[in-house]
Design a protein around this ligand. Structure first.
Ligand code: GLN
Length: 467
């Protein structure tokens, strides 16, 4: 079998035994990229010469020594481009520093592969909001790969790379993983440093891995998790060993099925695949319990107030003075700001900035932003109540499989499809998407556990995967 189709753990075993070298892995990956990347469009930049040079220097004694990993193009790697899928940063920005996860992956011996496409500033669910290129779904050509980490999911699904990093603010790791048939994990808020991730909505953003197996997700989480004093929201708590309980199975675990996530609009194929997975968990000895998360219906509206509010503030730094695009020959400083932003941002980013500025403006702040914060608390409490009855919650990731490219004309349709992933970010919980065995378009199962209980989440995910 080509090394390009192997998991991180399988590649590590071969490297450690001395049966292969990091350059052998690259030979197979570059062969795949060379033959299919023109049809997929996963990468915004890729420098084979530098990747090969880095692989030759990889320290194989480290946990990810010699393993190529792709980065979503909103995570800073010193000296690399970091376009965020935006014209604003595509022209001339180079990262002046490493993100927290970048440092940890360097220390772990990983070989930094290409930089992957995304919706502009991670705002979207299809990667169609990238200002730079389209990305096709390798598992379902002509369909979206999901988003916003669509390039990362596509790169793993296409066997261009065994693992990639993504970011998840409202589902952007889990939903593309589900649509492309790979594993995608969003860690608990505070588990992984956000330092050097270009901020979209700071109270929701988390970085996490996209991989081919649950075991690989655990391996990478092990390397990127932990306290970072450069991110004030990063938690100063111990990182457990994510491999010890991985294969313990689900016997005796109580699994909650939230009735609100199985509403009428659910696609029949998603419903069938999800129910089959739940039955499998039951057969493995888990106790399945119906639960309620009563404020679910308010989650999308709440998120689409809070996330744009934070984005409008975060994106004010793109003013044409310090970073990226600058309008030529502005009449004065105000027109420098206005024209740089007018020319640099795409329509979805502008929509979010306008929405966010509106809900924060005096007179509307209490009606919208403050109200949304209160509802966010109710959504978090729904989960806290549920976790007094169950150990974990299982649900669909998205109400339907990947739609066709170019099929969505009203952004609201995509917003509404975030219904199963958004509540998890509002509550700061960990969640994972695991591919289910289906004949048609890929479908993932979402597993949600209490805050910092990634080990339990991975253990259940492993049981689903090894079906
Ligand atoms: N689809 C959601 C949005 O457009 C989530 C994006 C994300 O998680 N980065 O905001």
């Amino acid at each position: 079998m080509s090394l390009a189709r192997q998991s991180v753990s399988a590649l590590r075993a071969l490297l450690v035994k001395g049966e292969i070298k990091p350059s052998d892995i690259l030979d197979d990956l570059f062969a795949e990229v060379g033959s299919r990347e023109k049809d997929i469009g996963a990468f915004l930049s890729l420098d084979p010469g530098r990747i090969r040079a880095a692989a030759d220097l990889a320290d194989l004694s480290r946990p990810l020594g010699g393993i190529p990993i792709a980065f979503k193009d909103n995570i800073n790697v010193l000296g690399d481009p970091c376009t965020c899928g935006s014209r604003f940063l595509a022209e001339n920005y180079r990262s002046p520093y490493d993100a927290g996860v970048t440092r940890r992956l360097r220390y772990s011996g990983a070989v930094f592969f290409g930089r992957t496409n995304l919706d502009e500033f991670a705002m979207g669910s299809a990667t169609e909001n990238s200002a730079l290129q389209k990305t096709n779904n390798p598992a379902a050509p002509g369909h979206i790969p999901g988003g916003s980490s669509g390039g990362s999911a596509a790169a793993v699904a296409a066997s261009f790379v065994p693992a990639a990093l993504g970011s998840d603010t409202g589902g952007s790791i889990r939903q593309p993983a589900s649509h492309c048939g790979v594993v995608g994990m969003k860690p608990s808020y505070g588990r992984v440093s956000r330092y050097g991730l270009v901020a979209f909505a700071s109270s929701l953003d988390q970085i996490g891995p996209l991989t081919r197996t649950v075991e690989d997700a655990a391996l990478i989480l092990q390397c990127i998790a932990g306290h970072d004093p450069l991110d004030s929201t990063s938690l100063p708590v111990e990182v457990p060993d994510y491999s010890v309980d991985l294969k313990k199975g689900v016997r005796g675990l109580r699994i909650g099925i939230p009735r609100e996530y199985f509403a009428d609009g659910l696609d029949p194929a998603v419903r069938a695949a999800t129910e089959a997975a739940i039955q499998h968990l039951q057969e493995q000895g888990a106790e399945v319990i119906e639960i309620t998360l009563p404020h679910t219906e308010y989650a999308v509206a709440t998120y689409y107030i809070i996330a744009p509010a934070e984005a409008s503030s975060n994106l004010s730094r793109f003013d044409g003075v310090r970073y990226g695009h600058r309008a030529s020959q502005p009449a004065d400083i105000l027109s420098l700001y206005q024209r740089s932003r007018e020319e640099g941002f795409g329509p979805e980013v502008k929509r979010r900035i306008i929405l966010g500025t509106y809900v924060l403006s005096s007179g509307y702040y209490d009606a919208y932003y403050n109200k949304a914060q209160k509802v966010r608390t109710l959504i978090r409490r729904d989960f806290e109540n549920a976790f007094t009855q169950v150990d974990a919650i299982v649900s669909p990731v998205a109400p339907s499989p990947a739609r066709k490219m170019g099929e969505c004309t009203n952004p609201l349709e995509d917003y509404l499809a975030d219904v199963c992933t958004i509540p998890v970010n509002l509550a700061g919980l960990p969640a994972i998407s695991v591919p289910l065995p289906v004949a048609g378009l890929p479908i993932g199962l979402q597993i949600i556990t209490p805050h910092l209980q990634e080990a339990l989440m991975l253990r259940i995910a492993h049981a689903v995967e090894t079906r």
